[in-house]
Write a protein that binds this ligand. Structure first.
Ligand code: MLT
Length: 262
């Protein structure tokens, strides 16, 4: 599918048919992080897993704000032909919330996977600044390697094939994409108050061993969003869509199957 964004056509691959589900990736990754989940969902849905601007194969310039990423996702939804089921992983969840605030009519059901509603505090912003400094000094390699230990649970880190796949996805992102993500996350607004205003079906997915967006935070988000469901993925760290794709696909498939009219 071709998406017109900032005057350029951007290719977004799609698989399957049926109601459209759009999967938004996190930092410092691209749409391929969703591959195993997307394959499973594609027997019931038309699944799109776009690369955000500057990531993967998307040549658009990354602008360093969550809103600019949300504008791109909005163009993807527009090109897909109507309101979609939207799932955002971590930073992708920040993007999904931004889109829901700006273009609520584009989203029929929302899944936030290992994501958060709070903004960065001073300490978190200082950590982003340290990562940006390291990135400028030494490139993506040390920043990606430090990230790996936070993305995967300790047991998953010992699964060499999985760790290598995650490394491969991180290493193909440019320094500009890393920096844009860090700036975007650093500057994102707090969305805690907004949660109680969400008026569409919502699902929170949390990894039991997630150290970035901890399950208690997921639980609190599910309690704050009227009628939201919570699924905790046993044994999984932050990157549940790659660590536990079958469980995540089941949770998303059940949710979108019920929430999106046929
Ligand atoms: C992500 O997984 O997208 C990021 O680690 C989230 C964050 O750092 O806030």
């Amino acid at each position: 599918m071709l998406v017109n964004f900032s005057g350029s056509p951007i290719e977004v691959r799609q698989e399957g048919s049926g109601r459209t589900v759009v999967l938004i990736h996190g930092y410092p990754l691209d749409g391929a992080m969703w591959s195993s989940v997307a394959r499973r969902l594609s027997d019931r849905f038309r699944v799109l897993k776009p690369d955000l601007p500057g990531h993967g194969e998307n040549p658009a310039a990354p602008e360093g704000t969550i809103d600019s990423y949300a504008d791109f996702v909005s163009s993807v939804v527009e090109a897909s032909g109507g309101a979609v089921g939207l799932a955002g992983f971590s930073m992708g969840g920040y993007v999904a919330l931004a889109l829901l605030k700006r273009r609520p009519e584009q989203i029929a059901a929302l899944a936030l996977v290992d994501s958060r509603a709070v903004a960065d505090d001073e300490a978190a912003r200082a950590k982003r600044d340290e990562s940006i400094a390291l990135l400028r000094q030494s490139g993506v390699e040390p920043v990606a390697e430090a990230m790996l230990g936070k993305l995967l649970a300790p047991e998953a880190l010992t699964r060499g094939d999985l760790a290598d796949r995650v490394r491969r996805i991180m290493r193909r992102q440019s320094a500009a994409a890393f920096e844009s993500d860090l700036m975007a996350m650093r500057g994102r607004p707090d969305s805690v108050e907004f949660l109680s205003k969400i008026a569409i079906p919502a699902l929170i997915v949390a990894g039991e061993k997630d150290v970035i967006s901890q399950p208690d935070e997921g639980r609190a988000m599910a309690e704050a969003i009227p009628g939201a469901r919570l699924t905790v993925i046993p044994g999984s760290g932050h990157l549940t869509p790659m660590e536990s794709p079958a469980a995540v696909a089941r949770a998303l498939g059940d949710f979108f199957g019920a929430a999106l009219p046929g």
